[in-house]
Design a binder for this molecule. Structure first.
Ligand SMILES: [Zn+2]
Ligand SMILES: [Zn+2]
Length: 323
């Protein structure tokens, strides 16, 4: 199973401004100049590898969209602005592809705004299967293709769309993948999804405040996380911001670390970065999460407990993970 992240921002796209890009370039060149003055034998590429994320490519600006592929099956999760980037690529590389599957966690606009820019929706002979737990799935899609906010009416794309209503916590098969929706702690509501294929599993937990943390609180929804090979988790806020923004529906790195460690997750990626946080601030939230993780491991070692093999990081747009 392969997972590709097409958008890791939350709430609103957050492109890097030209001014910010210029400052980043100045800082990088100044650091390189200092190295050159010391006559250190290092290539430009090697130097870039040593820099933190916020000084190189950054974390990305597009909102929620991921692609999961296994065998001949391709599943998209959510249709944030990252879907447009996927659409551009697929039209170049596989223009004959005629079947797509999209699972919708919920219909907040950061998870829908890429949909009108998904080219296959306008092409005869294409089928876009849309899945959600919500009763108003089709009504929510219809609301996107409506004047005056978008000029093309839903009737134009309706011929290509197939609606599939899923049952909460019940497995459904999509080609060579199996998906199971689990409820998250987010308004309107939001259903995360566990995707399984080829003996590997993905736990998609975005958007969630994770107000239910213990197994008892999570009840049947703990099944989303258990033994997942990859957990993608909502870390919109730093830990301090999450305490200030109670009931805003989003979480932070340390909460995801707690769940990942307890549920034996192998790899955890943190996404839905706040649009108001520049890449430096996201890097600081990642550092804060690392301090928390290191303290937990130290406490475990001191108590004679087994430490963890968990690997984790704050995700960047465009990342590909082979499970
Ligand atoms: Zn969101
Ligand atoms: Zn949301």
């Amino acid at each position: 199973m392969r997972v590709r992240l097409w958008g890791v921002r939350g709430s609103l796209p957050a492109p890097v401004t030209p001014e910010r890009l210029r400052l980043r370039l100045e800082e990088v060149l100044a650091q390189f100049e200092r190295l050159k003055d010391q006559n250190l034998p290092i290539t430009a590429r090697q130097f870039i590898e040593t820099l933190p994320t916020h000084l190189t490519g950054g974390y990305g600006g597009n909102t929620s969209c991921a692609e999961v592929t296994h065998g001949s099956t391709r599943l998209l999760i959510d249709s944030g602005s990252g879907l447009r980037v996927f659409s551009d690529l697929i039209m170049k590389t596989e223009p004959q592809c005629n079947e797509f599957h999209i699972y919708f966690t919920h219909f907040h606009w950061d998870h829908l705004i890429g949909l009108p820019f998904f080219a296959p929706l306008y092409m005869k002979g294409r089928t876009i299967h849309c899945y959600a737990v919500h009763d108003d799935l089709e009504e929510s899609l219809r609301s996107v293709f409506r004047k005056p906010t978008f000029p093309v009416p839903y009737e134009v794309v309706q011929k290509q769309i197939r609606i599939h209503k899923l049952k909460p916590r019940e497995k459904a098969r999509i080609g060579e993948l199996e998906i199971t929706p689990y409820q998250l702690d987010h308004p309107d509501p939001c259903w995360g999804v566990r995707v399984e294929g080829g003996g590997r599993s993905l736990a998609w937990a975005v958007d969630t405040e994770c107000t239910r943390i213990t197994r008892e609180e999570l009840g049947p929804d703990v099944g989303l996380y258990r033994d997942a090979d990859l957990m993608v988790f909502d870390a919109q806020y730093s830990f301090g911001e999450a305490l200030e923004k109670i009931n805003w529906g989003h979480s932070s790195g340390p909460t995801g670390i707690d769940i990942a460690l307890r549920e034996q997750v192998k790899l955890a990626l943190f996404v839905h970065h706040d649009p108001s946080s520049d890449c430096e601030a996201i890097g600081q939230a990642e550092d804060q999460t690392r301090q928390y993780f290191d303290q937990l491991l130290k406490a475990r070692r001191q108590s004679g407990l087994k430490t963890s093999d968990l690997v984790w990081r704050f995700a960047r747009e465009g990342e590909i993970i082979q499970l």
